[in-house]
Design a protein around this ligand. Structure first.
Ligand SMILES: Cc1ncc(C[n+]2csc(CCOP(=O)(O)OP(=O)(O)O)c2C)c(N)n1
Ligand SMILES: [Mg+2]
Length: 404
């Protein structure tokens, strides 16, 4: 579809002719901006959102510390972006599909993923749904409609378009929300996904967390445009930019986006302006590429504090409740970590099961060879490797002896 208006002089349109406003409702002191109206958000839901935000912060602080103690190989924090992720998730139906990048543990927390479930994945133990096959933070939950994380950037974006197209065909009234960083939006997959979604009119919400950085590369070095939002025009798509640290604005914008997506089968782009307060990951040190002053300025805009002040103002939260919640979460996170750490990894056989419908002879041979090798050279393997061999556990040592 193209417009047909003629002009008779070469009047170019400049790329900076449009500026995109930012939707804001809540000030840092917990009061509303003049002219802003609180969205329809009831007490219980507001408290559920807040608890999920604090849960995420506590999990992140504790697991980052565990990584520094050498108990965990890797970790990524959502710190500073809790309102963007959890506000958006709360605006969805709990059965809508979420495709995330890797910094959206808050979405899982909101939907009820437990500390045990987080820990089992982080430690890759026998209860991990991914059977220990992935690095920490690659969560997934079929039950909670949360697609398992995959590391290559932006792959989830066209997958979301495809999944949402399926939802449209199924006519089940659900939509898909895909989270990604402003860095991932530079991948070709982003553009293919938006174009296809607009052409096929699929119920998908593209939720960009613009947190200012792609690892060490600041947004100003990533694109010349006014953020990611203007790209929606290129695909004839609805778009809104929102203050990503403002829980009420994120919630209301996403609720409206869901309505457009589900009722009108139109994709929507949301750009949430926020800041990654922590390092990119446990392997990163931000002091090499940004100033403490910049971080401090954003710390002043802490989304959790902002929501807490609003809740207290509503009479929906108290100091005592805050203390109780903090203490309980800190206790539970430690208890579950100790539990998960002690559990063994999945058994050796899971290396080859559910790769194909049936274990192929070639894979079976490789597994037998590995078991034999571990028995012969146990010291060359991590402690406890022998106990992962179900044959050894069953006392059937003779079964593979001498088979090298
Ligand atoms: C295809 C691909 N290229 C590069 C990487 C390495 N990488 C991992 S995260 C990242 C930065 C992504 O930044 P952004 O999308 O803004 O997300 P943020 O980390 O800020 O949440 C890069 C370059 C990758 N995982 N996949
Ligand atoms: Mg980023």
């Amino acid at each position: 579809m193209t417009t047909t208006q003629d002009i008779h002089s070469p009047d170019f349109l400049a790329g900076d002719e449009f500026t995109i406003p930012t939707f804001r409702l809540l000030q840092q002191d917990g009061t509303l901006f003049e002219g802003g109206e609180s969205p329809d958000l009831e007490r219980d839901k507001a408290r559920r959102i807040y608890r999920a935000m604090v849960f995420t912060r506590v999990l992140d602080e504790r697991m980052m510390a565990a990584q520094r103690q050498g108990r965990l190989s890797f970790y990524m924090q959502c710190t500073g972006e809790e309102a963007a992720v959890i506000g958006a998730t709360a605006a969805l139906d709990d059965a809508d599909m979420i495709m995330a990048q890797y910094r959206e543990q808050g979405a899982l927390a909101y939907r009820g993923f437990t500390f045990d479930e987080f820990m089992n994945q982080l430690f890759g133990n026998e209860l991990d749904y991914g059977k220990g096959r992935q690095m920490p933070i690659h969560y997934g939950s079929r039950k909670l409609h949360y697609m398992t994380i995959s590391s290559p950037l932006a792959t989830q974006i066209p997958q979301a378009t495809g999944y949402a197209y399926g939802q449209k065909l199924a006519g089940d009234g659900h939509c898909t929300t895909v989270f990604f960083g402003e860095g991932a939006a530079s991948e070709g997959d982003f553009h293919a996904a938006l174009n296809m979604a607009a052409v096929h009119k699929v119920p998908v919400i593209f939720f960009c967390r613009n947190n200012g950085y792609a690892i060490s590369t600041p947004a100003v070095e990533q694109f010349a445009a006014d953020g990611v939002a203007p790209r929606a025009f290129g695909y004839r798509m609805h778009v809104i930019r929102v203050d990503g640290n403002d829980i009420l604005a994120v919630y209301q914008a996403t609720r409206e986006a869901r309505r457009i997506a589900v009722e009108h089968h139109q994709p929507v782009l949301i750009e949430a302006m926020t800041y990654r307060l922590a390092a990119h990951s446990s392997s990163d040190d931000p002091s090499g590429y940004r100033s403490k002053k910049e971080e401090e300025a954003w710390r002043e805009k802490d989304p959790i504090l902002r929501m807490q002040r609003w809740l207290v103002g509503q009479g929906w939260w108290s100091e005592d409740e805050e203390k109780e919640l903090q203490e309980r979460l800190r206790r539970e996170v430690l208890e579950t970590m100790k539990r998960a750490e002690k559990r063994p990894p999945p058994s050796l056989d899971t290396l080859v099961t559910d790769v194909y419908a049936d274990v192929t002879p070639a894979l079976q041979r490789q597994l037998d060879h590995l078991k034999t090798h571990i028995r012969k050279y146990p010291d060359a393997y991590p402690r406890g490797a022998r106990s992962l061999d179900p044959d050894v556990v069953a006392g059937d040592d003779a079964a593979v002896k001498g088979g090298e």
